[in-house]
Design a protein around this ligand. Structure first.
Ligand SMILES: Cc1cc2nc3c(=O)[nH]c(=O)nc-3n(C[C@H](O)[C@H](O)[C@H](O)COP(=O)(O)OP(=O)(O)OC[C@H]3O[C@@H](n4cnc5c(N)ncnc54)[C@H](O)[C@@H]3O)c2cc1C
Length: 503
């Protein structure tokens, strides 16, 4: 029987469990965009810490902020944010090699083929400028420059202080009427007939009833897993890292406009530059490195004085079998965790919240609504998973047991197809759920060392002189545009403080 037919009641009261980035982002979306018709209550415990990481984002967050009407300058100041133009991957293809996966478009594309086909033909003709020389954002990152102007579009995201961001969104949501209840959830009450959640019972004795529950309780998945037993698909055979050790350090120099991802013998390490400090973390697989080794490695590799003691976070890469089960939607870490390599988790919170609003079950939860939500989530997660697995699989590194393991591991068929297609023909076609554009695939595939055996012959339509002129013009334009940008640090200072003068 269709379990949702037995629950035709309209949805008016939304209860969000958990007040980390996921909880408050969801509360902000619901209260700003559909809050007139629903009541939003968020329950969080001051005694249960948030995960405390998750500080690098990708560009669509700006669209969400626009939708919410967030003032960018205020946000930058309140969350000590900096601008992010991409990620520098060091030691991933091989030791001592670096490349940047930027948010920019490389070169220009035409209807039949993207720019990399023209670049590959240029390479064949002896034009050896790097692929990245044709990308404005990538060059700006390399030169530590950044600027927002009407003359030159720039695609960027942010590095932000996760704790400050949750606080900022809390203030934002409460001002719009979201109600916050402080307290520890002791148990989840369910309807005896259909197993739907009816209320959250707090240790204080308070009972928080609702029609729809959003599980934002982090890895513990208090509602979606502990109460509803939804199940989890383990992806660790594709994404073996399962532990992180993190620490914050003082800045030793001005913040740069990109994240650093440095591969090591059993995983990788991040550096996320904020205005007031650096976020650092070492991600590894504990079959190949133990926590003491990892902590020591982190301690000895950070550049500034440590602000706190290193902290261990365990995780299992994978996904909750259903993002929406009965009257519970899991958003954030409760819905699964692919891994932080391409900063996709906050993005997934945002897409989940937006998808939920688009499908919001005002007059009752139906099977088709739930299926639509879960199907869209499936394709989104699968394509992000493939993009991230690609970093571990496409590499020349075989110098340690971990990298030999990655080299030998099976990969999803969907990724195998993408890799074969690119290698054999130079083509990249996106799937429905792909959030990474062709530019991202080509920058990372070639950055990791996979070059196609041929290019699209549309590139041969240009004669040699035309090709030289075409490539030169783009490169010159990129260099000229970058030359006009201020330094990233100057821009952040000016931008974050300008609001004082304006208000
Ligand atoms: C190592 C690592 C690095 C990451 N890096 C990035 C990154 O760079 N970019 C990115 O986009 N994402 C990143 N992420 C993911 C990102 O941190 C999360 O997506 C984001 O912080 C959301 O977390 P959350 O709100 O789901 O969970 P949490 O932050 O864990 O919040 C859980 C909330 O639930 C509450 N809670 C739990 N149990 C109870 C209870 N019984 N009663 C009441 N309240 C309760 C807690 O008090 C807390 O408020 C990273 C994750 C990890 C593990």
């Amino acid at each position: 029987m269709n379990q949702y037919q037995s629950n035709p009641q309209s949805v008016k009261r939304v209860v969000i469990a958990g007040g980390g980035t996921a909880g408050w982002m969801t509360a902000a979306c619901l209260s700003k965009l559909i809050g007139k018709n629903i009541d939003v209550t968020l329950v969080e415990s001051d005694n249960i810490a948030t995960v405390g990481v998750g500080e690098a984002t990708i560009p669509p967050i700006r669209t969400l902020h626009k939708l919410l009407g967030i003032n960018e300058q205020e946000f930058i100041r309140e969350t000590n944010a900096t601008f992010k133009l991409g990620i520098e991957f060091s030691n991933w293809r091989e030791n001592e090699h670096s490349y940047i996966h930027s948010f920019g478009m490389t070169g220009k594309e035409c209807w039949a083929g993207e720019f990399h086909h023209f670049w590959l033909r240029g390479l064949e003709k002896g034009i050896t400028h790097d692929f990245g020389d044709y990308c404005f954002e990538l060059q700006a990152a390399k030169q530590n420059k950044f600027g927002i102007s009407n003359q030159q579009a720039i695609n960027f995201a942010y590095h932000l202080d996760a704790t400050a961001y949750a606080k900022y969104l809390r203030k934002f949501s409460e001002a719009l009427g979201a109600k916050r209840v402080e307290g520890k959830i002791k148990y989840v009450q369910k309807h005896p007939q259909n197993g739907f959640i009816s209320a959250l019972a707090l240790e204080s004795g308070a009972i928080i009833e609702g029609d729809l529950f959003i599980d934002c309780t982090g890895f513990r998945g208090l509602l979606i897993e502990q109460a509803l037993h939804t199940g989890y698909d383990d992806w660790s055979h594709w994404l073996p890292c399962n532990t992180a050790v993190t620490v914050q350090t003082q800045n030793t120099k001005q913040p740069i406009p990109y994240t650093k991802s440095i591969a090591h013998e059993a995983g990788w390490q991040w550096r996320i530059p904020l205005q007031h400090r650096m976020g650092n973390g070492l991600v590894f697989c504990n079959s190949f490195m133990d926590i003491d080794q990892a902590t020591e490695k982190l301690r000895t590799s950070v550049t500034g004085k440590m602000i706190n003691e290193p902290r261990q976070i365990n995780f299992l890469t994978g996904r909750r079998r259903k993002g929406w089960n009965k009257n519970c939607v899991a958003i954030g870490l409760s819905s699964g965790f692919i891994e932080p390599l391409e900063s996709t988790s906050i993005h997934l919170i945002m897409t989940a919240a937006v998808r939920l609003m688009r499908l919001f079950p005002y007059s009752g939860i139906t099977q088709s609504t739930v299926d639509e939500y879960n199907n869209k989530l499936d394709s989104e997660l699968n394509s992000i998973r493939d993009f991230i697995v690609m970093h571990y699989k496409v590499t020349n590194r075989q110098d340690t047991e971990f990298w030999r393991h990655c080299n030998a591991m099976e990969i999803p068929d969907t990724l195998r197809h993408k890799l074969d297609l690119f290698k054999e023909t130079g083509r990249v076609f996106l799937d429905d759920g792909d959030i990474f554009r062709v530019d991202s695939w080509t920058q990372v595939l070639m950055g990791q060392g996979m070059y196609p055996q041929q290019y699209h012959h549309i590139a041969a339509e240009m004669d040699d002189n035309e090709l030289v002129r075409f490539l030169n013009a783009i490169r010159t334009q990129v260099m000229q545009s970058v030359a006009q940008l201020p330094s990233h640090a100057d821009f952040v200072n000016r931008y974050a403080n300008a609001i004082d003068k304006a208000s």
